[in-house]
Ligand binder design. Structure first.
Ligand SMILES: [Zn+2]
Length: 400
């Protein structure tokens, strides 16, 4: 069965026969009542085209439903999100699963703020009135069928950014699946205005390498209500720069809490989805599950396997002092740790490192530390290197 709690909802009244909340008589409840929080964003459980997005009128199939957003899915079934406080979409718009359709509310015949979610097997006449079906069963059946598929546009988007996300994971330990899922969600599969104008996949504000663009954006007050303001967003030359910048944000956090996202590093995808939310990248309680669903539906876990880097153990004078990643056949060693263990003076000017005043070629930043091929580090320190392939171990010792 479909698990509503994973999407941040409490079920307050299931589909089927119940006592009417207004008159106590037994009636058939044609949908399911779900509660997150008043004015919380409501995300589409399944994608579709918006065919209704306003107050439901009596006689049209949506009387007493208050503000209703209705989406027609690929099979022609209608997904009705009723009693909303407001709509976030317009008629004719194509909406992906996980995209916001409106805010939870209590408009129409309602006893308190909740979402009445109803699935109808037809969308006409009268928006398929009375053709209701069990929404949990419908989602469980059809979302499972769609696992691993996704449409052409989504596959195309994934193929465009997967390589950059994998390369980035090798350097940073940020799961590629998380990067791809967040990019898909925040950029609406590469089609948001901000992504089109500024190659900005994650909605990061400020000035970027290609300047900035001013756009209208929604902000939320502490009580959950929203307002629109203009803000400057970072502009990039390409999506690769946007992905690298997202990684910097995860690595550096914010000034007050530099490690706020560090739970993401080297984590499995489920943990990473919860950790990014716990660092308050997003406040919606349904956010982690939204990412997890995206990852599982599109099989993004495979990119985490590709981005995993084997580690070699690094010993200096017979003692293990660090681990270093094996990248393209080279073991990379942390320059400072190894230099100091060899009793050398280590210098760093923000771009390149020196050991005992000698430059170390091939430096790369990995998780905020300078790494270089272990042979280059040893050479600068006037030390020798032995490689034990069987044990994946590098031994460094001072030349005598
Ligand atoms: Zn209901």
């Amino acid at each position: 069965m479909f698990d509503w709690s994973k999407h941040g909802f409490r079920v307050t009244s299931p589909y089927g026969t119940r006592q009417d909340p207004f008159n106590g008589k037994p009636t058939f409840h044609t949908g399911i009542d779900l509660v997150k929080a008043h004015k919380a964003p409501i995300f589409a459980f399944m994608g579709g085209e918006v065919v209704h997005a306003r107050e439901g009128q009596t006689g049209t199939g949506f009387g007493n439903f208050g503000i209703v957003v209705a989406l027609k899915d690929e099979r022609g079934a209608l997904h009705c999100y009723a009693h909303l406080n407001s709509c976030s979409v317009k008629v004719g718009q194509k909406v992906a699963a996980g995209q916001e359709v409106g805010k939870q509310g209590t408009t129409g015949r309602s006893t308190g703020s909740h979402l009445h979610y109803e699935v109808r097997t037809k969308s006409a006449p009268s928006f398929g009135f009375d053709c209701h079906t069990n929404p949990g069963e419908y989602l469980a059946k059809h979302l499972n069928q769609e696992k691993g598929t996704g449409n052409v546009k989504q596959k195309d988007f994934i193929s465009k950014i997967a390589a950059a996300a994998v390369e980035d994971m090798k350097r940073t330990g940020i799961p590629a699946s998380l990067t791809i899922a967040q990019a898909a969600l925040e950029s609406n599969w590469g089609e948001s205005g901000l992504t089109t104008k500024a190659k900005n996949l994650f909605g990061i504000k400020g000035r970027g390498p290609a300047g900035s663009v001013r756009m209208l954006t929604k902000e939320y007050r502490p009580d959950g209500t929203s307002y629109q303001i203009e803000a400057d967003f970072r502009k990039y030359n390409n999506w690769g720069e946007s992905i690298a910048d997202h990684s910097q944000l995860i690595l550096n956090g914010t000034k007050d809490k530099p490690k706020r996202y560090h739970g993401v590093l080297h984590a499995d995808y489920k943990t990473a989805c919860y950790e990014i939310w716990r660092g308050t990248y997003a406040t919606d309680p349904g956010y982690p599950q939204l990412l997890i669903d995206l990852i599982e539906q599109h099989g993004l876990q495979k990119y985490d396997t590709m981005g995993k880097v084997e580690q070699a153990s690094i010993e200096v004078n017979g003692k293990k002092i660090a681990e270093g990643p094996l990248i393209n056949g080279y073991v990379f060693a942390p320059v400072r740790t190894v230099g100091v263990a060899l009793g050398c003076r280590v210098g760093w000017d923000g771009k390149s490192a020196t050991i005992g005043g000698k430059p170390v070629p091939g430096c790369q930043m990995i998780n905020g530390n300078a790494y270089a091929p272990v042979r280059a580090v040893a050479e600068a320190a006037d030390a020798k290197v032995q490689w034990n392939g069987k044990e994946r171990k590098v031994t460094i010792s001072k030349k005598i």
